[in-house]
Write a new protein. Structure first.
Length: 283
C-alpha cells in the first residue's frame, strides 16, 4: 500500500524563508553570512572592516561588509532579531508591495550613514544601519508600547534614544556616536519622505517624492514584495488577495511566496502574536 509522504521538510522550511520580504531577507541573510564565519573563527574580521585608505585603493567590498558585520555574542542575536522585526514591519506595512522603493531609500540612508562616519573613522556601520531602521519604524508608529530590556515600558518614539543610552554605558561615547549617526539618517529619511503625510494625518508616504523613484532595472530586480498594510501600492484589495492559497511572486533571483497575514495588520515594533489558543479539553 502506497503512502502519501507529503513534501520533504526542506521544502517547507524554504517556503517559510521565501515568505520573508526580499529586502528584509537579504539584510538578515547578509548579516549572518558576514558575521557567522567570524564568530566561528573561520575568517579574520579585519578584511571586513571599513578602512578608508584601503577602500580608496580598490577594496570596495569593505563598504557593504561594514554594514553587515554585527559582532558576536548575545548582543548580536538581539540585534539580528531587532533588525528583522523592524525591517519586516517597514517592508510589509509601510512599504507594502513597494520593496523596490524601500530598498532604494535604504541605500540612500546607508550612503548618508557612511558619509557621516567617514570623518569619525568608524570601522563598522552595522549599528548605524540598525538604529536608522529602528528610528524610522518608531517614528511611524510612535505610540506603540515598548519594553526596554524588560525593565521599563515606554512609547516606541523614545526607544531608539534608550538604545543609544545603553551604547554609552556598554560601548562608550565612540559606540554611541556611531549609533547616533543612524538616528540622524533615520530622521532625515522620515522628514524627507514621511513627515508631510504624517503631519496631515494621511498615509502614502515613502514614495520617493524627494529622493526619487528607483530605476526600472532596480524595480525589476527587487520586485514589488508582498504583504498588506495602510500604505499599499495604490490598488484596492481584490477577492483573489483574500484567497488562502499563496501565490509565488517571481523574481530574477527566486520566487517569493506572500505571507499569510490578517486582513488588517497593525504596525508594531514590539511584541509577538502567539494566537488566541484554546482551552484544554475543547476543540
Amino acid at each position: 500500500m502506497s503512502r502519501n509522504a507529503g513534501p520533504p521538510p526542506q521544502s517547507g522550511f524554504m517556503d517559510e524563508i521565501r515568505k520573508i520580504p526580499p529586502v528584509t531577507r537579504t539584510l538578515v541573510a547578509s548579516t549572518l553570512a558576514v558575521s557567522g564565519p567570524v564568530m566561528l573563527q573561520l575568517v579574520s574580521p579585519y578584511p571586513l572592516l571599513f578602512v578608508w585608505k584601503f577602500v580608496k585603493h580598490g577594496q570596495l567590498w569593505r563598504i557593504p561588509t561594514s554594514f553587515f558585520f554585527g559582532g558576536s555574542g548575545f548582543a548580536f542575536l538581539f540585534d539580528v532579531v531587532m533588525l528583522y522585526r523592524n525591517s519586516d514591519a517597514l517592508e510589509t506595512i509601510w512599504f507594502n508591495k513597494r520593496s523596490a522603493d524601500y530598498a532604494w531609500q535604504l541605500l540612500m540612508a546607508s550612503g548618508l550613514i557612511l558619509a557621516l562616519n567617514i570623518p569619525l573613522e568608524s570601522f563598522v556601520h552595522y549599528r548605524g544601519l540598525l538604529m536608522c531602521l529602528t528610528y524610522l519604524s518608531s517614528r511611524l508608529n510612535p505610540e506603540a508600547p515598548m519594553s526596554i530590556f524588560g525593565l521599563l515600558t515606554a512609547k516606541a518614539l523614545y526607544f531608539p534614544f534608550a538604545l543609544v543610552g545603553m551604547d554609552v554605558i556598554m560601548g562608550g561615547p565612540a559606540a554611541a556616536i556611531v549609533s547616533f549617526t543612524g538616528l540622524v539618517a533615520g530622521h532625515v529619511w522620515y522628514m524627507l519622505e514621511w513627515q508631510e503625510d504624517a503631519s496631515r494625518g494621511r498615509s502614502g508616504g515613502g514614495r520617493g517624492s524627494v529622493v526619487g523613484r528607483p530605476p526600472r532595472w532596480f524595480e525589476r530586480f527587487i520586485g514589488n514584495g508582498s504583504g498588506s498594510g495602510p500604505t499599499g501600492g495604490g490598488g484596492s484589495s481584490s477577492s483573489s488577495s483574500s484567497s488562502s492559497t499563496a501565490r509565488a511572486n517571481p523574481r530574477p533571483y527566486g520566487a517569493a511566496i506572500p505571507p499569510r497575514t490578517n486582513d488588517a495588520p497593525r504596525a508594531s515594533t514590539t511584541g509577538y502574536t502567539w494566537g488566541r489558543g484554546n482551552r484544554l479539553g475543547t476543540e
